[in-house]
Structure formats: structure tokens, C-alpha cells
Design a protein around this ligand. Structure first.
Ligand SMILES: [Zn+2]
Length: 478
């Protein structure tokens, strides 16, 4: 028996707003019966009609979102003006009832030709957006969805029918899933989110399927151990010396740059002539967005592979608390070349963005048992063996040589070991004291993540009641 993973959670995971529960707990034991794994497939339609229907469903979702958002705003304005009754509800339940009424409205009879559950589910996202806005200070109120600025898509929230490589979309029929190794294709699906990429002439539909994978089909997750990760320009290095390279997309970038120039010219030409974009111009823009999508896919794929490998290696992953946004915004960053050469820094900014630090971190937050962020100051100048801090320790970009004890290592590897050591000082005081003490051990605001399925069952390395257990993942001899 597995507990249901709420669809809301799955959506939150998909949009990167929530942490993913990597396992569902059984009622009688702590061993998980199944794990949710997301896979992305290309959708192959049997006829163009099917693709058109999917686009229609996505359009209906956008319409219903905007319609209900306007409705909610109107009700709220009325309530604010006259204060009659309680504040109007924006729960999924209320919105769902209004959707049912909308469907019976003669003006909206066209909604009946579209799958009820999939279209109604867009109101779940609307209700969630309101909840987030009310609960937190940094999330604003929901916005209207523009036809041009939103990725069209819809969700099959439950009762997903998956037959081998075929997926059933209500009112559309069976479609084929392709473009993946099909690792989890035999496993049942909890929820599917269908998204359209590409342009109007060449739509590409993708299905994000949340598979319920039996736990014994996957390698057991790391219950112990800790890993420090030094994220650098173009690559990351962990405290075991493993290097995670960002995919080399130099050719792709050169192509993008060239296409971008052509697209700019075409746009400029149309602006000068007061004419709409030419056929050739539109084709170039399409090719440009295709290249950009490819680049995005490559980066995301690399981040997923790397974060999965880190999370499988150790329970606790320690990273530097880098404010990627602030660092990439101005030339006054605190990186290797601070504030001197703005143009150089702009190049570094691109590199930082390219190495996808933020993405890797977000993925680690839900994949790793625990994510710890530490102060990044002097991690690259400190000797991991004798803790001697000296700028001269760093001989070159790659080589680290301690001026005090002579310890020589790869500079990134040395930094990763320092990061790990700092992370462990944060984790250590909490060992064996329970969850409340563990929370107290972290400065407030430090995002740490624990697997929900394991809350009452801290990993053995930190649960040892008698004395400090040997710190896993640290090899003192290195
Ligand atoms: Zn030293």
C-alpha cells in the first residue's frame, strides 16, 4: 500500500517551486514501496487532428485560468467595496464548482467538447498560486496568462492510462511516447503534464510523466555520507575529486550567435520597411528558437545527471551559498576577477549562467537527502589539511600548493574538501538530538532538505547516541 502523492506536489516539483517527495512510505514499515520518477517523452501523434485538439485543450486551460482569475478579482473588488459576508474563497473546491457552472453556460458550450478533468485542473494551479501569494511575501498574486508568453500545456491529473509506450489523452485518443530509453515505461503513471514547444507551424509536444517506480528497481539512495561540491566556471568538483563537466556547447553557441545576428537583421529590415516579418525572417527565428531549446535541453540534462549522481553518492550534499543572481548582475562580483574588467566579467557571467549553478542546486534540494549551504569565503585559499589561509596557496587556477605544509592538490578538489568541512560543522552539533535540535543547529533561512519519508528515521551516521560517529564520506588520509 502506498500513500498517494498529491498532484499538487507533483506540479510543484515540475515548476520547481516545491520539494519532491522522492518516496512514498508504506504504512507498516520504513522501507519505501515506490519512488516517483519523472521522465520526459516526445509525443508522437497519429494524426495532425490530435495535435490540434491538444493545442485546443491547452488554449482552453489558458482561457479558463484568465476567465476565473478575472472573476476572482471582480468578486474581491466587490467584497472590498461593500464588505458583505466573508472574503471570497479562492480554493480549488470553489473554483471547481464555478467551472462546472461555466461549462453548463450556453456561451461556453464549447468547453464540453474538451476533457473535464484536464481543463478543470488548471484551477488547481490558480488556487495554489493564490495560496502561495497569501502564505509568502515573495510570491505575488497570480497573473493573467498571455497567449505569447506562456508555454501551452495541460495536465492529466489522475487515472492516467499508460499502455507500454502509449498514453491515452481523453477526447484525443491514444498517442505514442518516444525519445527516451523507456526506463520506466512499464511503471504506472501518477500524473502527466503535456507541454507544447516549438512554433505554431512545427509544434513539439512533450509529456512529463510521473512514474511510480518500485523501489527495488532503483539503486538504494545514499542513507549516509556527505559530499562537498565546489561549483566552478564550466565544471563542478566534489570532495572525492570527481569532476562534473558542463557539456561543451561551443559549436551550438556559435550557431546561436550567427542565427541571432541574422534574426536581428531580419527584424530590423521589417521594422524599417514597416512590413511584418518576412517568411525567411520567420524561418530564421524558428531555427533560432530551435537551437535555444536544444541548448536548454543539454544544460538541463547535465544538471539532472550530475545532481542524481551526487544525491546517490551521499546523503548530505554541501554547496557554497553563492548568490548566483547577484553575482551575475553586476561587474562588482566577488568572483576571481572582481570589478576590474566589465566586459570580461560579462563573459564570466555567461559562463556562470551556463554552468547552471542555480538549476543544479534546485535539483539537489529535492534529490539529496539533505542540502547544506555554507559561506563561500576563502574556500579556494584555505588548505584542506592544515587550514592555513593564504592567497599564495593558489599557485594557478588549477593548482593548489599550501605555503605552510606543502599540501598539493587540484585547486577545485581542495576547495570542495573545505566546503565539506564547513558543512559538517553545521550538521555535527545536531547529531542524535532530534529534528527540533537539528533545525536549531542551522542559522535561520538555511535551506536544508530532508526526505519526507524519513523524517522520523534520521540517517544512522547522525543518529549515534554514544559519541560522535565517524563522519562518513570524509577520508582523512586524502
Ligand atoms: Zn597546509
Amino acid at each position: 500500500m502506498t500513500e498517494a502523492v498529491s498532484a499538487e506536489t507533483l506540479h510543484g516539483f515540475l515548476t520547481g517551486r516545491l520539494q519532491m517527495p522522492t518516496r512514498t512510505a508504506t504504512s507498516d514499515s520504513t522501507t519505501p514501496a515506490s519512488v516517483i520518477r519523472a521522465e520526459r517523452y516526445r509525443v508522437r501523434f497519429d494524426s495532425p487532428m490530435q495535435a490540434a485538439l491538444c493545442a485546443q485543450i491547452a488554449g482552453a486551460c489558458r482561457y479558463v485560468w484568465n476567465h476565473m482569475l478575472a472573476d476572482c478579482q471582480g468578486r474581491y473588488r466587490m467584497w472590498k467595496a461593500y464588505r458583505i459576508g466573508p472574503r471570497p474563497s479562492v480554493s480549488f473546491f470553489t473554483l471547481g464548482k464555478r467551472f462546472t457552472a461555466l461549462r453548463h453556460d450556453p456561451d461556453h458550450a464549447w468547453l464540453k467538447a474538451l476533457p473535464f478533468h484536464a481543463v478543470r485542473y488548471t484551477l488547481k494551479y490558480l488556487a495554489d498560486a493564490y495560496t502561495r501569494a497569501f502564505d509568502s511575501t515573495d510570491a505575488g498574486l497570480p497573473h493573467f496568462k498571455s497567449r505569447h508568453r506562456t508555454t501551452p500545456g495541460f495536465t492529466l491529473p489522475d487515472n492516467v492510462r499508460l499502455d507500454g509506450t502509449r498514453l491515452y489523452i481523453p477526447k484525443v485518443g491514444w498517442v505514442r511516447l518516444a525519445g527516451n530509453q523507456g526506463r520506466y515505461l512499464g511503471c504506472p503513471a501518477k500524473q502527466v503534464r503535456l507541454l507544447k514547444e516549438g512554433d505554431a507551424r512545427h509544434p513539439r509536444w512533450y509529456a512529463h510523466v510521473f512514474h511510480e517506480v518500485p523501489a527495488d528497481r532503483l539503486p538504494p539512495p545514499a542513507a549516509t555520507g556527505a559530499l562537498g561540491v565546489d561549483r566552478n566556471v564550466g565544471q563542478a568538483t566534489d570532495s572525492d575529486g570527481r569532476v562534473y563537466a558542463v557539456p561543451d556547447t561551443a559549436n551550438l553557441e556559435a550557431n546561436i550567435k550567427r542565427k541571432q545576428r541574422k534574426a536581428d537583421k531580419a527584424r530590423e529590415r521589417s521594422r524599417r520597411n514597416g512590413q511584418p516579418l518576412s517568411h525567411r525572417g520567420r524561418r530564421i527565428c524558428g531555427q533560432l528558437s530551435k537551437l535555444r531549446r536544444k541548448q536548454k535541453r543539454k544544460r538541463q540534462s547535465a544538471a539532472h545527471r550530475h545532481s542524481r549522481r551526487m544525491a546517490d553518492t551521499a546523503h548530505t550534499v554541501v554547496v557554497e551559498d553563492l548568490d548566483t543572481k547577484a553575482m551575475t548582475q553586476s561587474a562588482k562580483g566577488t568572483v576571481e576577477a572582481p570589478g576590474r574588467n566589465v566586459k570580461q566579467k560579462a563573459g564570466l557571467n555567461r559562463e556562470i549562467l551556463k554552468s547552471n549553478w542555480g538549476l543544479l542546486e534546485r535539483q539537489l534540494a529535492y534529490k539529496a537527502g539533505e542540502l547544506v549551504q555554507v559561506d563561500p569565503a576563502y574556500t579556494s585559499q584555505t588548505c584542506a589539511v592544515c587550514q592555513h589561509v593564504d592567497k599564495a596557496n593558489r599557485k594557478t587556477q588549477a593548482l593548489f600548493q599550501c605555503t605552510a605544509c606543502g599540501h598539493t592538490a587540484n585547486a577545485d578538489h581542495n576547495a570542495a574538501r573545505n566546503i565539506l568541512a564547513r558543512g559538517l560543522t553545521l550538521v555535527r552539533p545536531a547529531r542524535g538530538v532530534g529534528a527540533s535540535a537539528r533545525r536549531g543547529a542551522f542559522p535561520s533561512g538555511t535551506p536544508t532538505t530532508r526526505e519526507p519519508g524519513r523524517q522520523g528515521d534520521p540517517p544512522p551516521a547522525r543518529a549515534g547516541p554514544d559519541g560522535p560517529a565517524p563522519v562518513p564520506g570524509v577520508n582523512p588520509s586524502v
